[in-house]
Each structure stands twice: as C-alpha cells, then as structure tokens.
Write a protein that binds this ligand. Sequence first.
Ligand SMILES: Nc1ncnc2c1ncn2[C@@H]1O[C@H](COP(=O)(O)OP(=O)(O)OP(=O)(O)O)[C@@H](O)[C@H]1O
Length: 253
Amino acid sequence: MTAPVVETKGLVKSFGDVTACAGIDLTVARGEIVALLGPSGSGKSTLLRHLNGLTRPDAGQVRVLGADVATVKGAELRALRRRVGVVFQQFNLVGRLTVMENVLHGALGRVRGPRYGIVTWPRSVRAEAFEHLDRVGLADRAYQRAGSLSGGQQQRVAIARALLQRPELMLADEPVASLDPETAASVMDLLVRVCREDGLTMVCTLHQIELALEWTRRVVGLRLGEIRLDEPTELLDAVRLRGLYLSDPVTVP
Ligand SMILES: Nc1ncnc2c1ncn2[C@@H]1O[C@H](COP(=O)(O)OP(=O)(O)OP(=O)(O)O)[C@@H](O)[C@H]1O
C-alpha cells in the first residue's frame, strides 16, 4: 500500500485562547479529491496551512508527502513546498505582469536564478507553461496583463501556475469564493479535472455545499476545530451538510 499523501494525528493549533484545530486526525490517500467544509472559524484554513508548512502544529503529528511538518525546515521545507501547489481565493497574481510571466513563476522552485521577462526562461519551460495555459483555456491571453483579466480567468491563470510547479498535492483555499455562481462552477470543474488528469491529490476548502457535493469525492466537515463528519460525497446530501452550520446545543444562548 502506498503511503498517504496527508496524515495528521491529534493536530492541535491555538492562537491565544482560540483553538483553531482541536485534535485533528485526517488521512488523505494519493489521488483523493477532498472538500473541507464548515462554518467560518471552524479551522479549515488553519488545517490547510499546515499542509504546506505555512503553519506548524502546537501538538500532534502532521506528515505531508513523507515530510514531518512540525520539524521540517530549510532546503527540506522548500522541497516540500515545491511538491505542493496552492490556489488562493484572491488568485495572488502579479497584475502588472503578463499572464505568461505569472504562469512561469510556478517554475521558480526548479529553474534557478532570477528571471526578467519571458525570453530568459528556458524554451522547454515556456512550452510547458503554454501547454498549461492551453489546458485552462487561456492560450490566447498569454501576453495580456494578468490584472486585465476577469476573476474567473485570473483563477485559471493561478491554476496553470500551480500546475507548472508539477505538484503532487494541490491545496485550494476557497478557490471560487470570489466568483459568481456560474464562473465558480466552471473553475471548480477545471480544478478537479486537471487534478484527475494529472493524478494529483487535492484538498480544498469551500463555503458552497453544492460545489462540494458536485465536484468532490469526499467531504470532511469541521466545527469548532474538530472533524464532525468524514464521508464519501455520494453518501451525503445538502440537508446533512447544513447541519454542520447549525449552532451546537451548548452554544445556543
Ligand atoms: N494567524 C492567526 N492569528 C490569530 N487567530 C487566528 C489566526 N489564524 C486563524 N485564527 C483563528 O482561528 C480560528 C480558525 O480560523 P480559520 O481561518 O482556520 O477558520 P476557517 O474555517 O478557515 O474560517 P473561514 O471560513 O472564515 O475562512 C478562527 O477563530 C480564527 O480567528
């Protein structure tokens, strides 16, 4: 059996007196497409940030692609981050640069030296970047300023940039929260499709129950920093998932 891509055991993380993760056990196998759902403040983003070493646990274990996130540092941490692509809610593109330059930034971890302008990148990397732009449907926008694109197009560029990293694990933190419903569905479709095509594992925080039900294979529901539900999507429905968002009896005034 191959080792899990993600394995947390008893993960605890607090910020002052707020406990964001209250002992999380989560195992994600290679190739799984997992949604993290739960109300605001339930710990979804904090859990996700542990998975590329942006946050370290106060207690418990976090293993990602074989690395121990509690202790990994220096070159080993950089190597882990190269293997983990991240897509953010706000796209995080450099708006004044072209679409192509933004995508090329995805290769910075494996192509040495500062790069100024597209032609300073090796031809093979440019070709690979162009392929990914084509996959996300934006080959014809390669030389346009990234800041001039719509939100949905910018997120497609961010996905192409993450793919150029050649990641094994894709993390997406509310990747469609800033988009209108139709665009959100098309970007989710793209994200899940490219992950499947490339055999990537994906963990994605979402606010929209319907998108999780339609596009992901497994839902992990968080509440107050704990996993309250972890099931294959096919066994779930919107009514059960909405239960995650209802107040706990103990917190009702
Ligand atoms: N860097 C930080 N400093 C202080 N508190 C933090 C920090 N990061 C998270 N928290 C707190 O930890 C709790 C969990 O936050 P987190 O962002 O993980 O929740 P979330 O489920 O992703 O919420 P949302 O859906 O609103 O993004 C919240 O109470 C939040 O205020």
